[in-house]
Design a protein around this ligand. Structure first.
Ligand code: OSB
Ligand code: MG
Length: 375
């Protein structure tokens, strides 16, 4: 495939509800979309960086910088065999996984469209339907959280994940478990605790949780292994795992029993597949995490979730939980059983709605073989 052009655009999108995690509240998303032209075929990807460096170290601004100053000038005009060539080509750029993932994943979409097959099949996925859970932001009171839980269970979601932080944790989780003794329930701290809080974190063992996601520092695998030795609840790592080497280290030293795979955080489909295969070999279940994506990122998440060893419901839920109107056609819908049917049409299987995308775009730049064009 010849990479003829790369385009980056920033869309301003407003979530239907504010989403609160231990690192802050999000209502307005700056959604970054990558559009690639290869051999006359278009592919789409999403850069899932957040507005500020509070989840990981990337931001929407660093993505513009790294894509515009390094990735686009290097890749545009290049001939590649397959999208899976991209990570090796971009190895000279350290970090910036989300930015690289947006580009690589757009090429995966283009490659699948060229071959006339669904992206899920090109990736090696086998499922025709994926299991869905929801991630619920921190709420003002346990009562408000209980109402959200009821609503999502009524909609059919198979797993409820609660965001927690110190002071907004045990009372909320305890109440949720009392009301729903049998549901799959998990918590996600987004690095809000420290190893010295292990006595406090042990108390979660009483709630029969499916997992506790990323309780400790965002880049500290070793401390998680020390915590895992002290608690019964399975630790799931999110922020700490940015590539297959991290996953191998974490599994080897017992830092987690479950892995959350996010395409952006690990640098794209190629690295995600490596992590998935390694985890499978070691008997560690994986599931697909989310970054409040638009339909483009969501469609990539759906395709990835069809791979073997995605054994637990992901944070992949319906478009309408996030947006009044999504930017793809059709929107992502979830069945009353809490599943998404995997599309069977070529590529992502959802079409970008160009007019809606144009309408929401606040910044747009195209790099083609000769010049960069800003509109
Ligand atoms: O840690 O999984 C996380 C959202 C933004 C940043 C980090 C996380 C999340 C979520 C939301 O949990 C998942 C989603 O519904 O997209
Ligand atoms: Mg998480």
């Amino acid at each position: 495939m010849k990479i003829e052009s790369l385009a980056l655009r920033e869309l301003k999108m407003r979530l239907r509800f504010p989403f609160e995690t231990s690192f802050g509240v999000t209502l307005h998303r700056s959604v970054l979309l990558v559009e690639v032209e290869a051999d006359g075929v278009t592919g789409w990807g999403e850069i899932t960086a957040t507005e500020g460096p509070f989840y990981n170290s990337e931001t929407t601004a660093t993505a513009w910088h790294v894509l515009g100053d390094y990735i686009a000038p290097f890749l545009v005009g290049k001939e590649i065999q397959a999208a899976s060539d991209v990570p090796a080509l971009l190895e000279f750029i350290r970090g910036h996984e989300m930015t690289k993932a947006g580009v690589e994943n757009a090429l995966w979409d283009a490659e699948a469209r060229q071959k006339g097959i669904p992206l899920s099949r090109l990736l090696g996925g086998t499922l025709s339907e994926i299991a869905c859970g929801v991630s619920l932001g921190i709420q003002e009171t346990p009562e408000k959280l209980m109402a959200k839980i009821e609503q999502e269970l009524a909609a059919g979601y198979q797993r409820i994940k609660l965001k927690i932080k110190p002071g907004k944790d045990l009372a909320y989780v305890s109440e949720a478990r009392q009301r729903h003794p049998h549901i799959l329930l998990s918590v996600d701290a987004n690095s809000a605790y420290r190893l010295k809080d292990s006595e406090h974190l042990k108390k979660f063992d009483a709630f029969d949780l499916l997992m506790m996601e990323q309780p400790l520092e965002w880049d500290d695998i070793f401390s998680h292994s020390q915590l895992q030795a002290q608690i019964k609840t399975a630790i799931c790592l999110d922020e700490c795992i940015r590539n297959a080497n991290h996953a191998r280290a974490a599994i080897e030293i017992g830092a987690c029993r479950i892995l959350n795979i996010k395409l952006g955080r690990v640098g794209g489909h190629t690295e995600a597949r490596k992590i998935q295969a390694l985890a499978q070999e070691r008997g560690v279940p994986v599931w697909c995490g989310g970054m409040l994506e638009s339909g483009i990122g969501r469609a990539h998440n759906i395709a990835m979730s069809t791979l073997p060893n995605f054994r637990l419901p992901g944070d992949v839920s319906a478009s309408r939980r996030y947006w009044e109107e999504d930017i793809i056609e059709p929107e992502v819908e979830v069945s009353a059983q809490g599943t998404i049917r995997v599309p069977e049409t070529p590529g992502l299987g959802y079409e970008p709605r160009r007019s809606k995308i144009e309408q929401l775009t606040v910044k747009h730049k195209v790099w083609n073989s000769r010049v960069a064009v800003t509109t």
